[in-house]
Design a protein around this ligand. Structure first.
Ligand code: SF4
Length: 383
């Protein structure tokens, strides 16, 4: 779709018509301009609920561009919900690695098992029943009910909130405005083609009614949009100021066996990055001083006798609620007996479900071209 010049800030102030016929406008636009996505179906084709569900879980907090290769990988490897349910959880976590928010992958696997065992491999079409399944909340249940089963449900994501805030000139800041925006979106939902209506709103928000530069002159809703008429669409939706993210710090211990193996461990099932693999590390805390050394981080007393050296660069990663800065200490264990633990060949680390932050550590250690170590000792984060 060709982009035209953005709406002038001081556009001639015209009175917008009420957006009563919004769904009709959007459906006409959607038929001509919808995005071609691997989980989308042409009009008249019955959607496969498995593909709709899989795409909606992957799209939570994640962009379309990031999701596409993962969606294709999953549907090639596991073409049906039964195939996914039969896969080992480790395989699913490995295929998910890099997509983030790993609780989604564990719930995905659990949900596939429930659908297969309790529903005979058939997804329920009812929003309330969908909400009972692992990993399916209010939004995802509405998305599956409307897109896969054409039920008059209304999923409301950030794109749809933005479009509604502009089309109804809602001045209440987010997140307080959420219930009002959801009610407004639901008020326009048609009895048929509700899935297409929801996807039309999503596409409009993603491609035309964008956060900073809405392309109002090509928008199908421009004649009914008060934000366009007022010339300030980018000022909506208003948002409450977010608190700054805190910084947490920690130290990673990269312990090598001379034959090219490194010690890794699995994180606890519950909590951040649950069930994934990691290089041993201290706790990640907001404290300035270290509270743990290699002995506590690695879990064996002899860790203190290893000569640890610190890499000059740190690894930085941002999670939803905090920034993380990790120092990396490198040690080679040359004793006769290997300490207990999971030792893997460094060139086979890609066969383990490592989260992105740990992949950054692997990348740093295995490809550092500069002087490998600085001269400070590496017992925790002390000077
Ligand atoms: Fe968004 Fe502009 Fe369309 Fe209004 S006219 S819905 S602000 S793109």
């Amino acid at each position: 779709m060709k982009k035209s010049a953005p709406a002038p800030k001081t556009a001639s102030r015209r009175k917008a018509r009420k957006p009563a016929d919004l769904s009709a406008l959007l459906l006409d636009w959607y038929d001509a301009h919808r995005r071609k996505l691997p989980w989308r179906y042409d009009p008249g084709v019955t959607p496969d609920p498995y593909r709709v569900w899989l795409s909606e879980i992957m799209l939570q907090q994640t962009t379309v561009a990031t999701v596409i290769p993962y969606f294709e990988k999953f549907t090639t490897q596991w073409p049906t919900v039964g195939d996914l349910a039969a896969a080992p959880l480790d395989d699913v976590l490995l295929a998910w690695a890099g997509l983030g928010y790993y609780a989604r992958a564990r719930n995905l696997h659990k949900c596939a098992g429930t659908i297969t065992e309790q529903f005979g491999g058939v997804f329920p079409s009812d929003e309330a029943a969908l909400k009972q399944l692992p990993g399916i909340g209010h939004y995802t249940a509405a998305a599956i009910a409307s897109i896969a089963f054409d039920r008059p449900a209304t999923p409301v994501d950030g794109n749809i909130e933005r479009v509604m805030a502009r089309l109804h000139r809602v001045e209440t800041p987010l997140p307080d405005a959420k219930p009002e925006l959801a009610r407004l979106a639901a008020g326009h939902t048609p009895q048929t083609r509700s899935g297409d209506y929801a996807q039309a709103l999503m596409d409009l928000g993603a491609t035309v009614c964008t956060p900073r530069a809405p392309d109002c002159p090509i928008c199908p809703c421009k004649d009914v949009c008060p934000a366009f008429a007022e010339g300030d669409p980018q000022s909506l939706p208003k948002k409450r100021a977010k608190p700054e993210k805190p910084i947490r710090r920690g130290t990673i211990y990269w312990l090598e066996w001379p034959e090219g193996e490194v010690l890794i461990r699995r994180r606890p099932e519950q909590g951040l990055l649950g069930g994934l693999w990691e290089l041993p590390s201290t706790e990640w805390t907001a404290l300035d001083a270290d509270i743990q050394g290699p002995e506590q981080a690695l879990g064996f007393a002899a860790a203190t006798s290893i000569s640890w050296r610190r890499l000059p660069k740190t690894v930085r990663h941002t999670f939803t609620h905090f920034h993380l800065e990790l120092e990396v200490c490198h040690g080679v264990r040359a004793a006769k007996r290997k300490p207990k633990g999971t030792w893997v060949r460094i060139d086979q680390l890609d066969q383990y479900a490592l989260p992105t932050v740990m992949k950054k550590v692997v990348q740093l250690v295995t490809s550092d071209p500069g002087p490998l170590f600085d001269r400070r000792p590496c017992a925790g984060r002390g000077p």
